[in-house]
Design a protein around this ligand. Structure first.
Ligand code: NAD
Length: 455
């Protein structure tokens, strides 16, 4: 075992040190999980559901402390940590409501002699390698349906959200999930790499394209079920008939909520030339109302950049855009406390990294367009495809635009939104596979086909 030092990104101070895994301890956990999984799969669903319900109750009881821990280690504004935990409760309710029906054996044909059935059996032992930006959401989107469907889970939280990951594991163990059925693997990329090298039946990853591509390359020849939930460069188009002030208020929030560190943050905005000036003025006004500062304060809207290295990415994107002719309307600089001033640029185009590569910070480019056709072409000029949106009062126009856009989720007059009832998935370099919805429960099972003929 080794040691992992946990820092507060807003202060730079050490919070604590924890024991971390190494290749040998990960291998041992994978082995015990393999041994423990059949008994868990044989446990009645009602008992597995009762564990998850007790976990939910514990989250409610400890919510304030859990929010404080998440904010301390990630720099997420405390009000948004509370929002994430409250949002988690709805996701748990969905999983509990749908687990039984979405995995019940289906008889798809019966003619007296022959019966055909589809049974949903657990994958077996699955690995979850997770991101830090919504650690409760992205961890539980995998862990809970995987446990409900009878899998054992090897869970590696991000090294930037380890205390939260340890808490998720503790609360599930206290709720009755056996230690060997949910095994926590603590550490950074090397522990993730050790985990992916084990004999596993599925790997569910949330993180960057760069890491996802490495994992895909390593797992390719091994025929392990692989899901990758990766980054995006999510566009929104504001049509000429939209209310510019309403759209600006919504999109400023969509771009900068969680300090812009959301996979589905609005990352590019295209605005019809007829409403461009009014939209930009309202957008900048909204951004000026965002309070930057100590993530522990209720009033803070923009908190710390969690990984210090991302500040270099933001500096470089702003410098590249300005060098190529962009106009900086506000922000563009680092501030104390590992923060970056909320930043708005116009006169932007697709020669700039700002409009092509994920910013993952409170930085946005707003580009003027002349038509729906031009907007669609620009929205699709990307290697990513997580979400995309349109603002217009005209539903037919919105549907016509969104039908042409390559994205896993599309939004009409809203943005930066995730629902437990809908599948969460990406196109292109935003990943493969999905979580959430009833499909996101079934994805932790394999369908077994039964052909039954009466003798
Ligand atoms: P990351 O790729 O740096 O790390 C993700 C996880 O992979 C961490 O647990 C890390 O320790 C592990 N890891 C690193 N190297 C590894 C290796 N070689 N082998 C195995 N595991 C390894 O990403 P991050 O900084 O944690 O997360 C930010 C990214 O995640 C952004 O791009 C964001 O858009 C994306 N994200 C996507 C979704 C989604 O649902 N699509 C949700 C949240 C975040």
């Amino acid at each position: 075992m080794t040691t992992l030092v946990i820092h507060n990104p807003a202060t730079g101070l050490q919070i604590t040190q924890v024991s971390a895994d190494d290749a040998a301890s990960v291998a041992a956990k994978a082995q015990t999980a393999r041994t423990a999984q059949p008994a868990w799969a044989a446990t009645p669903l009602a008992q597995r559901m009762a564990c998850v319900a007790r976990f939910r109750a514990a989250v409610v009881v400890e919510l304030e402390a859990l929010a404080a821990t998440m904010t301390a280690e990630t720099g997420k504004p405390i009000s948004m940590s509370r929002n994430e935990l409250n949002g988690l409760l709805g996701r748990i309710d969905f999983f509990l409501a749908e687990a039984e029906a979405s995995t019940a054996t289906q008889t798809v044909f019966a003619d007296g002699g022959m019966t055909e059935q589809i049974q949903h059996i657990p994958l077996g032992v699955v690995a979850n390698i997770s991101a830090w930006n919504y650690p409760w959401f992205v961890g539980c989107n995998v862990i809970l349906p995987a446990l409900l469907t009878g899998n054992a889970v090897l869970y590696k939280p991000s090294e930037f959200a380890t205390l939260t990951g340890m808490t998720i594991a503790r609360l599930l163990h206290e709720a009755g999930v056996p230690q060997d059925v949910l095994a926590l693997c603590v550490g950074g990329g090397e522990v993730g790499a050790a985990l992916q090298a084990q004999r596993i039946d599925g790997l569910f990853f949330t993180g960057s394209y760069a890491t996802g591509a490495k994992i895909a390359q390593a797992l390719g020849p091994r025929m392990v079920k692989l899901q990758l939930e990766l980054g995006g460069k999510d566009p929104t188009y504001v049509c000429d008939d939209a209310n510019p002030a309403t759209a600006a208020a919504s999109l400023a929030d969509g771009a900068m909520y969680n300090t812009g560190q959301s996979c589905c943050s609005v990352e590019r905005i295209y605005v019809h030339e007829k409403v461009f000036d009014a939209f930009v003025a309202a957008f900048v006004d909204t951004v000026h109302s965002f309070k930057v500062g100590d993530p522990m304060l209720d009033s803070t809207y923009i908190g710390a950049i969690t990984r210090a290295a991302q500040l270099d990415v933001l500096d470089a994107q702003v410098a590249d855009a300005v060098a190529k002719g962009a106009k900086l309307l506000t922000g563009g600089t680092r501030l104390p406390g590992n923060t970056f001033a909320p930043t708005v640029l116009v006169n932007v185009n697709h020669s700039m990294d700002l409009m092509r590569e994920e910013s993952f910070g409170p930085v946005i480019g707003i580009q003027k367009v002349a038509s729906d056709t031009e907007a669609v072409a620009l929205m699709n000029d990307t290697r990513y495809g997580l979400t995309a949106g349109v603002f217009t009062p005209n539903e037919a126009r919105a549907r016509a635009v969104l039908a042409q856009v390559n994205a896993g989720s599309v939004y009409w007059n809203c943005c930066d939104r995730v629902s437990p009832r809908l599948p969460w998935s990406g196109h292109g370099d935003s990943g493969v596979g999905l979580t959430l919805s009833t499909y996101g429960i079934q994805t932790f099972t394999r369908p077994k086909a039964w052909h039954l003929r009466q003798a």
